[in-house]
Ligand binder design. Structure first.
Ligand SMILES: NC(=O)c1ccc[n+]([C@@H]2O[C@H](COP(=O)([O-])OP(=O)(O)OC[C@H]3O[C@@H](n4cnc5c(N)ncnc54)[C@H](O)[C@@H]3O)[C@@H](O)[C@H]2O)c1
Length: 253
C-alpha cells in the first residue's frame, strides 16, 4: 500500500518528461498525494491522455506544458510560466531522458552534443531555474535521474551512460552549493523498469526473465516502484538526505 506524505499536500511539483513511462507514474503519484503538479514533455498526445486519465481518477488535472528540453534557453521562461499556474516550485523531478542506442563509431560531435542535451544538460538548467525561489524560501527538493546502465557498462549507450554518470557529480556539486539555502539535491538510479517504451524497443520476454533472475527481488519493477522513492525524497521525511544516490533496481547491481 503506498504511503501518504502529508507535507506533500498542496506542494508545487514540476516533473520533466512526465507524459509517459516512469515520469507518468511520478505525475500520478504526486497528484494522489494532493500536490499541485506540472510537467514538461514533447509528446503532447501522451500528455493529454495522461491528464484526462488523472482527472477521471483523482478529480484534479495536472498542468502540462509542451517543451523540448534540449532548448536550454527556453527553460527559465517555461518554468516561470509553470510557476504562475501551479505556484513557486517546491519539488523538481529531473526525469526526462532518451535511451536511444548508439555505437561509438556513429557518435560524432553533433550526436554527442545532442545526447548530452537530452540526457544531462536540461537537468542542470531546470535546477538552476528553480533554485533562486527555493533559496528565498529556505527549502526545496531537487531529484535528478541517473541509470544503472553506467554502473553495469551496458553496450551501445556511451553518451547516455556518460550523461548518467555526470548527473551523480552534478548532484553532489549542487547539493554542496545550495545546501546552506535549505535545498536538498539527490539522485535516483533506476534499474530495469518495465515501461511501454522498454517493451516496444528493447526488452524481450527472454531479457525480462534473465533480468529477474539477476535481481534479488524476483518480480517485474514498474514506474510506481521508482515513484515511491521520489515521493520519499520530495517529502520532509527525508530532510537529512542530500547529495546521495538511491538505487531502485531490486538488487540488480
Ligand atoms: N526504464 C528504465 O528501465 C530506466 C532505467 C534506468 C534509468 N531510467 C531513467 O529514468 C527516467 C525515465 O525513464 P523512462 O524509462 O520512463 O523513459 P521514457 O523514454 O519512457 O520516458 C521519457 C519521457 O521523456 C520525454 N522526453 C524525451 N525527450 C524529451 C525532450 N527533448 N523534451 C521533453 N521531454 C522529453 C519523453 O517524451 C517521455 O515522455 C530517465 O531519466 C531514464 O534515463 C529508466
Amino acid at each position: 500500500m503506498p504511503a501518504t506524505y502529508h507535507d506533500l499536500n498542496d506542494k508545487s511539483v514540476l516533473v520533466t518528461g512526465g507524459a509517459s513511462g516512469i515520469g507518468a507514474a511520478i505525475v500520478r503519484s504526486f497528484c494522489a498525494q494532493g500536490a499541485k503538479v506540472g510537467f514538461f514533455d514533447i509528446d503532447d498526445s501522451a500528455a493529454r491522455h495522461l491528464c484526462d486519465d488523472i482527472e477521471k481518477q483523482h478529480s484534479v488535472r495536472p498542468v502540462f506544458a509542451s517543451l523540448d528540453l534540449r532548448n536550454q534557453s527556453a527553460i527559465p521562461d517555461a518554468i516561470a510560466k509553470m510557476a504562475d499556474k501551479i505556484g513557486t516550485i517546491d519539488v523538481l523531478v529531473n526525469n526526462a531522458a532518451r535511451d536511444d542506442r548508439h555505437s561509438p563509431a556513429e557518435t560524432g560531435p553533433d550526436e554527442w552534443r545532442e545526447k548530452l542535451d537530452v540526457n544531462l544538460s536540461h537537468q542542470f538548467f531546470c535546477a538552476r531555474a528553480v533554485a533562486p525561489a527555493m533559496a528565498d524560501r529556505g527549502c526545496g527538493s531537487i531529484i535528478n535521474f541517473s541509470s544503472v546502465s553506467f554502473l553495469m557498462g551496458l553496450p551501445d549507450l556511451v553518451a547516455y551512460e556518460t550523461a548518467k554518470a555526470g548527473i551523480i557529480g552534478m548532484t553532489r556539486a549542487l547539493a554542496r552549493d545550495w545546501g546552506a539555502n535549505g535545498i536538498r539535491v539527490n539522485t535516483v538510479i533506476p534499474g530495469c523498469i518495465i515501461t511501454q517504451r522498454q517493451l516496444d524497443l528493447w526488452i524481450t520476454a527472454e531479457d525480462e526473465a534473465r533480468i529477474q533472475q539477476q535481481q534479488c527481488v524476483k518480480r517485474r519493477l514498474v514506474g510506481d516502484d521508482v515513484a515511491q522513492m521520489v515521493l520519499f525524497l520530495a517529502s520532509d521525511v527525508s530532510s537529512a538526505c542530500s547529495s546521495q544516490s538511491f538505487i531502485v533496481d531490486g538488487g540488480l547491481v
